[in-house]
Design a protein around this ligand. Structure first.
Ligand SMILES: Cc1ncc(COP(=O)(O)O)c(C=O)c1O
Length: 478
């Protein structure tokens, strides 16, 4: 066969133009356009370690994205790496389809040890969406298909598989076919939820709702449900025998301070869905954990036990990576670390707001998951004549322009990588890994102060000129 195949070494040495060309030919032209609109999309990474990314352009970048929830223990944690290497060197088995896996057994045990109550039965797969899909299936099966409806909040994000999109807030102009029976309620509004439950009854007066899906802390809007709401949902689920599912994919493993955010409310879900930092930044692993009665009634019997399985569920190295990551977070008291970094973030961001009362509208968050909502002079930005009018149909476009101009300035002038979210308002995210230091936070807020005190209209106008020249403007869909 005379095919020109690239080796791994060839990949290591591809320069940015070669990478873009391959993306354009084999992945997507549009994706390259989006990346090119940011300076980081025109650079390449040599390696990453701890809270830093080292580029081939000889930059040391402070990563304040926390890998969007994946990097609680930082990039390339050395203990995780050495345990993975040991596993590989001793040729431990990866695919456990005929033998029982000691690693899957160990991980499931550890997860049940760290969780409260009888959250004892785990299933591990690879993406958050897949775990959401599985959790919906077991909730449906718990009622043996006799109930029709599942409820989710109107600001939820649970992933992009058809099932997880069906229970997420609508973001797309075209709607994909939905799972039957999904309804939304207003975020953090017990009356709205109660009303939906009362409407969705069978003829015999019994509830027709099989599950309620809740993100105790909504990472995409950086807002928490209230204690009253959370305790109210728990009571409603008990009363109507509805399966209560918590999605802590983003917020789990100390990201918000405690091991899981729901621990702030003195209650337990029936099913908990996890991913992201479960994999220690090295492995793609997700899972859902059910209470005894849910597992027993839905799948733990001889005819239904294979109701949910995937080729890659419970792969050896994924499991040992999760064991290694979780053990480190527990042994090194990540709760104290996250809470103390959170305190520092809160203090420093509030100071920044006092210094910039006309620029910062709101600071919100907890632990290592914070965000800033900026006060934006949209008239001044709109006066930049070159904004193509079609983009103004997106009501958040001006805010996104300003926030991306600030991100760009933080990156190019201060070597700090940030990200934004736009589920509700446009939020500049401040989400360091839990291994970050108070010094990192002070450096970040000092740099952000400098950026906020620049001429924002000029920053936006320069960013726009570049984006228009290179065709990099796009309408963002989260
Ligand atoms: C809260 C939440 N749920 C579910 C998902 C979906 O996870 P995945 O992208 O791994 O499918 C995400 C991803 O960001 C998330 O933040």
């Amino acid at each position: 066969m005379n095919k020109k195949l690239l080796s791994i070494d060839d990949c290591h040495s591809l320069n940015i133009n070669e990478i873009k060309k391959l993306y354009k030919n084999h992945i997507s032209n549009a994706l390259v356009n989006i990346f090119e609109g940011f300076s980081f999309g025109n650079e390449t990474v040599k390696y990453a370690e701890g809270q830093y990314i080292y580029t081939n352009q000889n930059k040391k970048i402070l990563d304040f994205t926390g890998g969007l929830g994946v990097l609680n223990i930082g990039h390339n944690n050395s203990k995780v790496i050495s345990e993975r290497i040991d596993y590989q060197k001793s040729k431990r088995m990866e695919v456990y389809k005929n033998y029982l896996s000691p690693y899957l057994a160990g991980l499931s045990h550890n997860i049940s040890e760290i969780l409260p109550s009888d959250l004892n039965y785990s299933f591990f797969c690879n993406s958050g969406s897949e775990a959401i899909d599985g959790s919906i299936k077991i909730a449906y099966k718990y009622h043996n298909g006799s109930r029709k409806y599942i409820l989710h909040s109107n600001r939820s994000f649970h992933g992009k598989l058809l099932s997880s999109l069906s229970v997420s807030k609508d973001n797309y102009e075209i709607s994909f076919p939905k799972l039957a029976g999904t309804h939304d309620y207003e975020f953090n509004n017990l009356d709205s939820l109660n009303k939906k439950i009362s409407e969705l009854k069978k003829n015999n007066g019994q509830s027709d709702v099989y599950a309620i899906l809740v993100e105790p802390f909504s990472a995409s809007s950086m807002t928490s449900n209230s204690k009253e709401f959370m305790q109210g949902v728990r009571k409603l689920c008990n009363k109507h025998d509805i399966v209560l599912i918590f999605d802590e994919i983003y917020t789990g493993f100390y990201k918000t301070g405690k091991l899981f955010y729901f621990e702030n409310f003195n209650l337990v879900p029936d099913v908990l869905v996890l991913s992201k930092s479960l994999g220690g930044g090295k492995s793609s692993i997700s899972g859902y954990i059910s209470r005894n009665k849910i597992a027993k009634k839905s799948y733990d019997n001889m005819s239904d036990v294979l109701m949910h399985s995937t080729t890659y569920n419970g792969f050896g190295e994924e499991c040992i990576t999760a064991i290694s990551a979780i053990n480190q977070m527990i042994e090194n008291d990540y709760e104290t670390k996250s809470l103390s970094l959170g305190k520092e973030l809160n203090k420093e961001l509030k100071k920044l707001q006092e210094l910039n009362p006309k620029k910062i509208k709101d600071i919100r968050g907890t632990g290592c998951l914070y965000g800033l909502v900026l006060k934006i002079d949209s008239l001044a930005i709109r006066s930049i004549k070159i904004i193509p009018s079609k983009f103004l149909s997106d009501e958040k476009f001006i805010d996104k322009l300003v926030v991306t101009a600030i991100m760009e300035e933080l990156y190019t002038k201060h070597n700090i990588l940030t990200t934004f979210k736009d589920n509700t308002e446009v939020i500049l995210c401040v989400e360091p890994s839990i291994i970050s230091t108070k010094g990192d936070i002070i450096y970040f807020t000092k740099c952000l102060d400098q950026v906020l005190n620049k001429n924002i209209v000029l920053l936006v106008s320069n960013l726009l000129k570049n984006k228009i020249k290179n065709n990099n403007l796009f309408l963002h869909k989260p």
